[in-house]
Write a protein that binds this ligand. Sequence first.
Ligand SMILES: [Zn+2]
Length: 228
Amino acid sequence: MSDWIEYAERKPESAGAYRWRLPSTGTPGLFVTFVAHMRLRGAGHESVVSPSFDYWDGYRLLLPQGVQWQEVGGVTDVKWHGYGEVAVEGVEPCACPYCEKVPVLKGAKRYSDGTLSHGASPHEYSSWWLECCSWARTPQYKDPHDLVARRDDAIRPATPTTNWIKCSDKLPPIKQKVLVYRLGNKTNDGPFFAMTCGNEHRPWRWLDGDRCDITPTHWHEVPTPPTE
Ligand SMILES: [Zn+2]
């Protein structure tokens, strides 16, 4: 992918689809990227080629601050007045557990009375949701970071974790019963149950409180017990 070009320094020379990057005005703090067209439009007495998310105030053609662009690089099915391939930097939803596709990030501008404007440019979006199969349309959120974090939490139980945590990275909360394992050069120990006691140098205890003479290298959360 090529580098971003400052629109204020150099504009695309011809009409057509381009990828845009600009700060969000609808959800301040985010950078939004999307595909939209440069198209010929009237601007006072003349016609100019300008991005579809421009704004004519009656005197001048205005664009949001900080617009950057690059070539789309390939074909796009984004319509002449549409917006496509909307993404928010730092927001990367994981694949849907039902259809195994990465869901599409959608958004709209929400007015103070709660109604949504679906024709707004993605940089104006103030309400966000994800769509893939009919099983997995999410509620709407003001910030897509929250949206993706909540969704990941919700779908995580569908994929059992088998991730052992290195004790050198992080210890479990004090007195939480966990499964531990010692990965050794010649022999391994475990897995067995243990807990930590908060002692900096010798943190591990057996479940009865006695000091554990094996130093685990890894630990794992105990699954929630069955209820039926
Ligand atoms: Zn799905």
